[in-house]
Design a binder for this molecule. Structure first.
Ligand SMILES: *[C@@H]1O[C@H](CO)[C@@H](O)[C@H](O)[C@H]1NC(C)=O
Ligand SMILES: *[C@@H]1O[C@H](CO)[C@@H](O)[C@H](O)[C@H]1NC(C)=O
Length: 333
């Protein structure tokens, strides 16, 4: 009897092991998809609300968290009316800035698709001003712009390493916010160029400090998140710290909010550099530290910055922005 049980156990674990080996990624993804996510403690908190979406219809998405523990809304498809947000923003005659960095080969590879898709989907019907930062202003492609939309090209120094290009964004955006961009825009979004819009990205995303949930990490337990853990770095978070893992490919806010964010990140990066340290995920690590200390007033669901290769996520209904295929060997060499 005992022998037979042992034999069974042996077979089961051998099959289990082989199966796991064979399908390990898919199985891990399925396990991940079954980790429960928090939902909104509506009984103890007023329903999330803001100037652009009004009251969020969190009951429309009971399977996902629609607010944070500090009461900020998490914007999911179906919880707001895009037309209401559009009209509320329109009435205030807002100007929305969009900054993007196209340095080195990122320019040819991604900028045109990014801009053309932004013309179709980003803040349609609002006043928009694009700020394209590049080391080759003359190579910026011509893109036909709609009414009340304009594009400014700003020269930046080329950097040798893509990590430096990425980190140079914070001081550069800070400087722009202190100048013309800060004067002409009410809200600004700062996006990576290697992605493109596939759906409406409207005023429902606007807020004082707006953070993007990372498509790969939004279901992970906190202690597994790829925060900087080296205590010597200014970006360090200890095991008990951190709320969510935010993606540096999308962040935004009011001019005042972003001045604070970019100043924090620029100074922290400089302090690390003086100590000879570079945070694990560069500017993203510092951004995550900033949002731990200064809670974002609005979070965007992964629908607002999605990666198509992630499978089996039924909660993602309508991606607004997709990662372009990453051809790192081509653009980073
Ligand atoms: C909402 O709009 C009002 C009037 O424009 C403004 O004073 C207030 O700060 C806004 N609230 C938020 C949370 O953005
Ligand atoms: C709306 O804002 C634009 C750009 O800032 C400005 O040129 C225009 O005069 C404003 N319109 C109204 C009606 O205030």
């Amino acid at each position: 009897m005992a022998k037979r049980r042992l034999l069974w156990r042996f077979f089961l674990s051998a099959f289990g092991f082989l199966g796991l080996y064979h399908y390990r990624l898919r199985i891990l993804r399925h396990i991940e998809a079954s980790i429960p996510m928090d939902s909104c403690p509506t009984a103890t908190m007023p329903p999330p609300w803001d100037n652009f979406t009004g009251v969020l219809r969190h009951w429309a998405r009971p399977e996902v968290p629609t607010c944070t523990s500090w009461g900020a809304p998490i914007i999911w498809d179906g919880t707001f009316d895009p037309h209401v947000a559009e009209q509320k923003a329109r009435r205030q005659n807002l100007t929305i800035g969009l900054t993007v960095f196209a340095v080195g080969r990122y320019l040819e590879k991604y900028l045109e698709h990014f801009l053309v898709s932004a013309e179709q989907h980003f803040m349609v019907g609002q006043n928009v001003v694009y700020y394209v930062f590049t080391d080759r202003p003359e190579a910026v492609p011509y893109v036909a712009l709609g009414q009340a939309r304009l594009l400014r090209v700003k020269p930046v120094q080329p950097e040798r390493r893509w990590q430096d290009v990425s980190m140079a964004r914070m001081p550069t955006i800070h400087e722009a916010l202190g100048g013309q961009l800060g004067q002409e825009a009410d809200y600004v979004f700062c996006l990576d160029v290697d992605q493109y819009f596939t759906g409406n990205f409207g005023p429902e995303v606007l807020g004082d400090l707006v953070a993007q949930l990372h498509a790969w990490h939004y279901r992970w337990p906190r202690w597994l998140l790829p925060y900087e853990r080296n205590k010597r770095s200014v970006a360090a978070l200890s095991l008990g710290e951190g709320d969510f893992y935010y993606h540096a490919a999308v962040f935004g806010g009011s001019v005042a909010g972003l001045l604070k964010l970019t100043a924090h990140c620029a100074i922290s990066q400089q302090l690390d550099r003086e100590r000879g340290i570079e945070a694990r995920w560069h500017d993203e690590s510092h951004l995550n530290k900033f949002f731990w200390l200064n809670k974002p007033s609005k979070l965007l669901s992964p629908e607002f910055c999605w990666a198509e290769e992630i499978e089996g996520k039924t909660e993602v209904h309508h991606p607004r922005l997709l990662w372009a295929p990453k051809e790192y060997t081509l653009v980073r060499s």
